[in-house]
Design a protein around this ligand. Structure first.
Ligand SMILES: *Cc1c(COP(=O)(O)O)cnc(C)c1O
Length: 383
């Protein structure tokens, strides 16, 4: 048996139109297809100016940016890094590659972000950093997190993969921690297929970041005429994207605010339309605290149980609607058990892993399509 054809996909990457034009410019006019060409610089300046962060280095993924951050944080075998378990694997993997131990802390029941009130109890003499993940583009409680980090002398590395242009107390996500990482993967708001950026707010880390990104060489300083020899000076790898991809990305950046505005509109339509079900206590909806502003990256609902989620997913699929879930909590996954440990109860994380369902949300989704999804969900809960 085949299920009914999907008429509303979960995601549809949005192409703004100028991507191929800029790629042609990179290849034919600039003749620069390797890394750090004119388009990479344009994207970096755009991010520095729009987000208000000190220095931006484009990378070929957010995973790569997280790996760079782990090297810059000088993570040594046995060092502990505090993070949520309800996140994508790269948040933890980047530190495990350096021998670090992810220490998982439960999330808040309202925002599903790391519970800042549980962080301090997870700190040990081996703790080196806190990695808050702004899940669904919803800001973490950064004031409290920065305060703990300062008192305990820990680094804060924001996993802002989902949070481009989200704000907390009027500041953009990625501009608050010592370092932050962005993703431009096809599934995110602003895309280049694969892509990412390392954001650095602590000026002491900038020089070494450039070296690590350029295979451990002082190539960047050499091209600026700051050193007269180009040589191997530190550990590193190749973390920079081709300027062809940066050309694609720059076209997206020019339309970033418009893309986020449309996604926020869809987010609001969902929230209004599903509010009656939430008020009856049938489902739980996303929560953005009053000091934060969201970027419409993900809209989800929480069902009452994993069985209910399975039934709702099948019901929506029958209506031609694709809804998906994530994440298998890291603390209960095979690698998470091997390389990390949980600090305290993981009840809220486990509930989110069992009951969270992501609804379709993409730039070109029409208001009618959003209403159809809402109506289909209401029908499910009426029966
Ligand atoms: C998407 C994502 C990543 C990884 O991004 P890539 O660019 O695909 O490497 C890391 N962390 C979180 C929270 C993400 O959502």
């Amino acid at each position: 048996m085949t299920s009914k054809n999907i008429t509303i996909p979960f995601n549809k990457p949005f192409i703004v139109g100028k991507e191929l034009f800029y790629i042609a410019q990179a290849v034919i006019e600039n003749c620069h297809t390797a890394g750090d060409g004119p388009f990479t610089k344009k994207c970096q300046v755009w991010l520095e100016e729009h987000l208000g962060c000190r220095k931006v280095l484009l990378t070929h993924s957010c995973t790569a940016a997280l790996e760079m951050a782990a090297i810059l944080a000088d993570i040594q075998p046995g060092d502990e890094i505090i993070m949520p378990s309800f996140t994508f694997v790269s948040t933890a993997n980047a530190f495990v590659l350096r021998g670090g131990i992810p220490v998982f802390v439960d999330i808040r029941p309202d925002t599903l972000n790391i519970d800042e009130n549980l962080i301090e109890a997870a700190v040990t003499p081996r703790t080196r950093a806190i990695v808050p993940v702004h899940y669904a583009g919803v800001p973490c409680q950064m004031d409290a997190i920065m305060d703990i980090a300062q008192r305990k002398e820990l680094l804060v590395i924001e996993d802002a993969a989902q949070a481009l242009l989200s704000q907390y107390h009027g500041r953009y996500m990625g501009a608050i921690g010592q370092m932050a990482c962005l993703s431009f993967h096809e599934t995110k708001n602003i895309i280049s297929g694969e892509g990412g950026a390392l954001l650095i707010n602590d000026p002491k880390l900038i020089e070494r970041a450039e070296i690590i990104r350029e295979k451990g060489t002082n190539r960047s300083q050499f091209f600026r005429g700051q050193v007269d020899k180009y040589t191997w000076v530190d550990m590193g790898s190749s973390y920079l994207p081709s300027d062809i991809l940066s050309a694609f990305l720059f076209a997206q950046m020019e339309n970033a605010e418009q893309i986020v505005a449309r996604r926020n509109r869809i987010f609001d339509l969902y929230r209004e339309g599903l509010r009656p079900l939430a008020e009856k206590g049938l489902i739980q909806l996303p929560c953005v605290l009053e000091d934060g502003q969201c970027n419409g990256h993900i809209f989800y609902l929480l069902t009452g149980s994993v069985e209910e989620r399975t039934k709702l997913t099948a019901h929506l699929q029958n209506q031609g609607i694709m809804a998906v879930f994530h994440y298998v909590p890291l603390h209960s996954s095979p690698a998470g058990i091997k390389y990390g440990r949980a600090s305290g109860s993981m009840d809220v994380t486990e509930r989110a892993g069992d009951c969270l369902l992501r609804l379709p949300l993409f730039y070109e989704m029409t208001d009618q399509e959003v209403c159809f999804v809402i109506t289909s969900i209401c029908k499910f809960y009426r029966s």
